[in-house]
Each structure stands twice: as structure tokens, then as C-alpha cells.
Write a protein that binds this ligand. Sequence first.
Ligand SMILES: C[S@@+](CC[C@H](N)C(=O)[O-])C[C@H]1O[C@@H](n2cnc3c(N)ncnc32)[C@H](O)[C@@H]1O
Length: 210
Amino acid sequence: MVEEKSQDFLEARPWLSGICDTQSTEELKNKYDGWAKTYDTDVRKDWSFMPGNIARTLSQLLPHKETAILDAGAGTGLVGEALAQQGYTNITAVDLSEKMLAIAKEKQVYQHLFQGNLEDSSIFNNSVQFDVIITAGVFAYAHAGVEVLNNLFTFLKEEGIFLLTIREDYRQQMQTALDQLSWQLITEEDFPIYDEAKLMYLLAFKKERF
Ligand SMILES: C[S@@+](CC[C@H](N)C(=O)[O-])C[C@H]1O[C@@H](n2cnc3c(N)ncnc32)[C@H](O)[C@@H]1O
């Protein structure tokens, strides 16, 4: 995400270079803690279309509303809100940032909320598995990478759905890891983002049955 951009672009989005220019998980957590109160307003222009798209895509793939969903990197709960609007009632939120989660909690759409690092293989106990895992805005520069992908995969049930957003340039970096997992790509949509300068993909994978 940190690359050459026009001055106007960055002036309109001072938060973007800030979060992507991060050296450690602790620093990222602190930045999101500091951003939590204005996050929803700040990202509205670029991101407001995506939570609804995710929820609609899921409702086409898995209409059963009690399905167990993990919103991984839930932030302030924009995806949870959109899922609740579609009628989903069993949603767990995990995020690094307690302050982002505090805002998510106020929205009253999550049954459980946990602060944790998605790189941590013991973030859930071994018996916990989800029908659906969603990562929206999480696979990105200075955020989550292959380690998080492989870890989350272990918490997905057989034949479960993994829905993720990823920008085209970061997808190229993650493609080998995405191809190596035992799942099938079942839907792929793309959307122009950031003044139409980039493509953001919404991908859905279905885990294989062993
Ligand atoms: C761009 S925000 C997206 C939030 C939300 N999913 C949305 O669509 O608005 C990225 C979120 O991922 C979280 N995050 C990044 N890396 C993480 C990690 N390793 N473990 C847990 N959360 C992480 C951040 O704290 C932040 O809330």
C-alpha cells in the first residue's frame, strides 16, 4: 500500500500511509487503537461498499443464518453489521486492537469478541472451528500474511467457506500460499478502489473434505 501516490490522494487519506508504514504487530495495534474513534468515518469513502458485498456473497453461498462465522480482524465491526443486516446471528470477532473491538461491541452484532493476534496458533483451543471465516482488509501490507492465512485455515471446518478481500498487488505476493491450501476458489469478484486506481478482490474458497 505504501507506494507512489499523488499528494491529493494522500491528503485525503492521511491514515493510509500511517497504517501501512508499520514495522511490528505492537505498532500496528497501537495505531489501530489510536484510530478507532474515527475509523468508520475515515474509511467510508473507500470501503463502505465492501461489507455489504461480503454479506451478500455469503448469503448466496451459505444462506443458513445460524452458521458459525469468525470475523477475523473485525476492527470496528463494519462486516459484522452487514452480516447482521442479512440475518446472521452467530458471529465471533477477533482483533489485535481493543479499542477497535470496543466500537465493534457497541454495535451489538457479535456473540463473542476476543482481543488476539491472528498469527497465534493457540488463539482458539483446538476444538473450535468455524463454518465461515471472513477477513476484510486484513491481508494487506504490514498487516496479515502467509502465517495468518495458514493459521486461520486450521480453524475452518471441512467444507467451510473462507471469504477474503485482497488488493491485486498483495494478491500476487500471496498467490502461492493461496494455491497451496486444500480448498477450491468458488467465487471471485473485483472492485475498483482508491479513486479507481487499484482492484480489490473478494475471493471465496471452500475447504476440501478429507
Ligand atoms: C483495515 S482494518 C479492517 C477492519 C474490518 N475488517 C473492516 O472491514 O473494516 C484491519 C484490521 O485488522 C486487524 N489486524 C491486523 N493484523 C492483525 C493480526 N495479526 N491479528 C489480529 N488482528 C489484526 C487490525 O487491528 C484492524 O482492526
